[in-house]
Design a protein around this ligand. Structure first.
Ligand code: PHE
Length: 354
């Protein structure tokens, strides 16, 4: 009886092996293979376990024999399943490789155009860096400005002849009574800055300014300036000259020839104009320097007591210098641009060169 059962079990196991081999061979996808694995080895419903339940009836010895046959069978089928799984996986990968390929050497079809900084911005940032290293803060001011901050607070009353020095865009103020202008210089921030930050103060303000005038190679209706302000105790022209020399050397990476001439600006006393040797013609004379070899790059001076007062600063205790650099002129000198009008043109043939 036992022997028969033994033979019967062996036969059954053998059949199981045969059917597993055939089924595994037929399988074409991983999901079905998982199902098959469960079907054979699942703990509750797996064919092998169901079959082995019959072993309970057997004695110790037989259990051992049949048990080891069953285990061998199990590991044999398991190996078949594992191999099949590896085959199916590599087929899957190969299929992906052959259908979803990407030729990384192909050109993208359109050239990627990258933007870059405008020459104005490059010089502006460099100057900001230099002045920051000297302890100056960088501030901002409005381009549409009241007549007060652009002129009156700077010691230029309404009928002052100095108003003719700068041709102004006056703006209709539909919203209020205040007279408005497009700022003619960044000096509009002088009084604003003193009011806002008090003294001592060291600050620069780069920005756009506007003049109503005929354009030519060295004049445009909109250009850029950089205002500088240093107010404290015992600030003198010597401090101004030292600061300007550091700034110019930083921008041009060499000693630049400069000369100081007396200049008149109502908001400074004494006032000066600083020229630098024209770097486009090296002083020989060209359209940019109007054939004189020198180019006016900044106005400067010691801040007028009336302006300090307007800023809420006591002129008896404090003094300071102010300067306004023609940023646009510096850009032209640095890159050898012979016509200011290129800078606002938006012409890519020009801009691409930087
Ligand atoms: N604001 C003057 C100009 O635009 C320059 C200047 C600034 C002069 C500060 C003196 C002091 O010409």
């Amino acid at each position: 009886m036992v022997i028969f059962f033994n033979i019967y079990m062996r036969e059954k196991l053998e059949k199981l092996r045969a059917s597993a081999v055939v089924e595994i061979q037929k399988i074409k996808d991983l999901k079905k293979l998982d199902d098959l694995e469960l079907n054979y080895f699942g703990r509750k419903e797996g064919k092998l376990n169901l079959m082995l339940k019959g072993l309970k009836e057997l004695g110790q010895e037989e259990k051992k024999v049949i048990g080891s046959v069953a285990n061998e069978l199990k590991s044999e089928i398991q190996i078949l399943i594992d191999n099949k799984r590896a085959d199916l996986r590599s087929i899957e990968i190969n299929e992906k490789l052959s259908t979803e390929w990407l030729d990384v050497t192909l050109p993208t079809g359109f050239e990627e155009k990258r933007g870059h900084l405008h020459p104005n911005t490059i010089i502006e940032r460099e100057l900001e860096q230099i002045f920051k290293s000297l302890g100056f803060m960088v501030a901002d001011g409005p381009e549409l400005e009241s007549d007060y901050y652009n002129f009156e607070a700077l010691n230029i009353p309404p009928d002052h002849p100095a108003r003719d020095m700068q041709d102004t865009f006056y703006i209709d103020n539909k919203a209020g009574k205040e007279k408005l202008v497009m700022r003619t210089h960044t000096s509009n921030v002088q009084v604003r800055a003193m009011q806002k930050y008090g003294v001592p103060i060291r600050l620069i303000v780069p920005g756009r300014v506007f003049r109503y005038e005929a354009t030519d190679a060295s004049h445009d209706i909109a250009f850029r300036q950089l205002e500088g302000l240093m107010v404290g105790e015992n600030i003198s022209i010597a401090n101004l000259i030292a600061v300007m020399k550091v700034a110019l050397k930083g921008i041009f990476q060499k000693e630049v020839r400069v000369r100081l001439r007396p200049g008149y600006f109502p908001f400074v006393e004494p006032g000066f104009e600083m020229d630098m040797g024209c770097l486009i013609c090296n002083g020989v004379g060209c359209s940019v320097c109007k054939q004189v070899g020198w180019l006016e790059i900044l106005g400067c001076g010691l801040i007028h007591p009336n302006v300090l007062k307007a800023g809420g600063v006591d002129p008896k205790k404090y003094s300071g210098f102010a300067f306004g650099v023609g940023l646009t002129r510096l850009v032209m000198m640095r890159y050898g641009i012979e016509d200011i009008r290129y800078l606002n043109s938006g012409d890519l043939r020009f801009l691409k060169q930087f």
